[in-house]
Design a protein around this ligand. Structure first.
Ligand SMILES: *[C@@H]1O[C@H](CO)[C@@H](O)[C@H](O)[C@H]1NC(C)=O
Ligand SMILES: *[C@@H]1O[C@H](CO)[C@@H](O)[C@H](O)[C@H]1NC(C)=O
Length: 489
């Protein structure tokens, strides 16, 4: 067998081709042929290579057309069919019912990436605020609401009879909120706004209630008469409204009576013309906390591989056998999902980065952030390793913060190195090939789909692009997050 191993290393690119071939039978046949040829021509005694190095670099074959947005929604049959599942769609893609017909509003890539950066900053500020406050203090005042737009949306009904709402998935905001009538400022959205007057189950939260008091640590409350108002200021923007409850219906048989949310009347900020934000955070007022008892304190989501396919959000449900887990860090002050990232592999080989860079920064899992934001030292080492394996392709100018970019015009498919992230507990998460590069916006400029944080000490954010196609299981009862491949396509 020695002859096989050495030759395979020398012939690294041909092996990589084989590995990423999609047809199993042709892979098997060609492997047999190659083995035969190699063994016939090789010298006998050679040092045995380590198993993990055999196939370096591990690559994916990426059809370049898959990098471009499509206008047609491809509803794969492989959407979770568990009872308490909702379809997850890309907010700007053709599967979002809101975007059907004319007038779909899609912001430029530049604008989307800028918003993503602002979102990352707001999350980092929130994490920092909670890090520095004393363990018993509430989350720093004013950081609980309004962390901008997310990328993925679900449709739910609110009120009796149900009024349809498109809500952005979010794991960082402390409270869900929905644009309501009467709306005074920044009320843009495609579907009609929620009208409390047309719902027989709508109630204002009273000022003297514990719920109203609990929001005080998150934003600011004030009372007009007996009604509990919230208000949050994000630089010059402001979000305010009434704290309310109503029946939330997500799948036909499943309803949640007295769901607590912010009924927004002033909704400034980049909210992407959705009806509002659905909070899946660890805050006591998130949807997740409100329904913890009903679904074994567990939910999962799968973000689709492209803006034209469909994923799911599932409450409760079975844990796939292939799931691998990492603990959620025991930080009771923060409502986000912190985990321990410990390393990055490119092409199947761990890149040399001191673990302290990961430890000092920390890491938050957030499906609402478009791309992952990494500590500068981690990002640059990873990008170099990636570039070293991409020398076959023409480099091109960067795009704002993205400097590792290639011109893929004229290619049908390209071979890109695999990228995987290591987490505490021995979890290695191989990023789906759809989450490694991003076209900005054409094939002339396709860049490594990661961003660098401004400072080493800022939290890494493991974002939506790199979570694609995995079932991401938030098993809060066990204090862990799991990942199972092939959750959606
Ligand atoms: C809720 O509070 C708002 C603002 O104080 C008020 O205008 C509205 O009538 C109240 N609605 C209900 C159902 O009590
Ligand atoms: C998390 O921290 C709390 C409070 O400090 C402690 O009571 C609990 O046992 C810890 N849980 C784990 C899993 O370490």
């Amino acid at each position: 067998m020695n002859c096989q191993k050495t030759k395979l290393i020398r012939d690294k690119f041909s092996m990589a081709t084989l590995i990423s071939s999609t047809s199993l039978s042709s892979l098997f046949l060609s492997a047999l042929l190659l083995l035969l040829l190699l063994c016939l021509s090789s010298k006998p005694h050679v040092v045995e290579a380590k198993k993990t190095e055999e196939t370096f670099p591990q690559t994916h074959t990426l059809e370049v057309a898959s990098l471009l947005a499509s206008d047609v929604c491809n509803r794969s049959p492989k959407v979770s069919n568990q009872d308490s599942s909702l379809q997850v769609v890309h907010n700007y893609g053709p599967c979002n019912p809101r975007n059907q017909g004319k007038g779909a509003h899609v912001p430029s890539h530049g604008k989307m990436l800028l918003q993503d950066k602002l979102r990352a900053k707001a999350i980092q500020a929130k994490a920092k605020g909670s890090k520095s406050s004393s363990p018993t203090a509430p989350v720093q005042s004013g950081t609980g609401l309004g962390i901008g737009t997310g990328m993925y949306a679900v449709t739910m009904g609110l009120g009796t009879p149900a009024q349809e709402q498109t809500l952005l998935l979010d794991a960082t905001n402390d409270l869900s909120w929905i644009q309501c009538e009467p709306c005074s400022t920044s009320c843009h959205q495609k579907l009609p706004r929620f009208n409390p007057a047309k719902s027989s189950s709508y109630k204002n939260v009273s000022c003297s209630s514990a719920t109203c008091k609990s929001i005080n640590g998150l934003g600011q409350t004030s009372c007009s008469g007996t009604t509990c108002h919230y208000e949050y200021q994000l630089s010059s923007k402001s979000l305010s409204g009434v704290l309310a409850t109503d029946t939330l219906s997500f799948t036909k048989p499943d309803t949640i009576p007295n769901f607590i949310f912010g009924c927004g009347q002033k909704n400034e900020g980049p909210f992407a013309r959705a009806s509002g934000v659905l909070s899946l955070s660890r805050s006591s007022l998130s949807l997740t906390s409100q329904i913890a008892g009903k679904y074994e304190n567990r939910f999962s989501h799968c973000l689709p591989s492209s803006s034209s396919s469909v994923g799911h959000l599932t409450f409760g449900g079975k844990i796939p056998k292939t799931a691998k887990f990492t603990p959620i860090k025991n930080d009771t002050r923060s409502s986000v999902y912190p985990v321990d990232m410990t390393g990055v592999s490119v092409g199947g080989r761990l890149v040399p980065i001191d673990e302290s860079f990961f430890e000092d920064a920390g890491c938050i899992v957030d499906p609402g952030t478009l791309i992952s934001h990494l500590p500068p030292a981690v990002y640059s080492t990873m990008a170099r390793a990636f570039e070293d394996l991409m020398t076959d392709y023409p480099r091109t100018d960067g795009y704002e913060d993205f400097q590792t970019c290639y011109d893929f015009t004229g290619y049908d498919s390209v071979k890109i190195p695999s990228i995987s992230f290591h987490f505490n507990g021995g979890l290695e998460l191989a990023v789906d090939k759809s989450g490694i590069m991003i076209a900005l916006p054409s094939l002339k400029k396709v860049c490594l789909a990661f961003a660098s944080n401004f400072e080493d000490g800022n939290e890494a954010i493991f974002g939506g692009s790199q979570l694609r196609t995995y079932d991401v299981i938030y098993d809060l009862a066990e204090g862990r997050i799991g990942f199972a491949p092939g959750g959606c396509s």
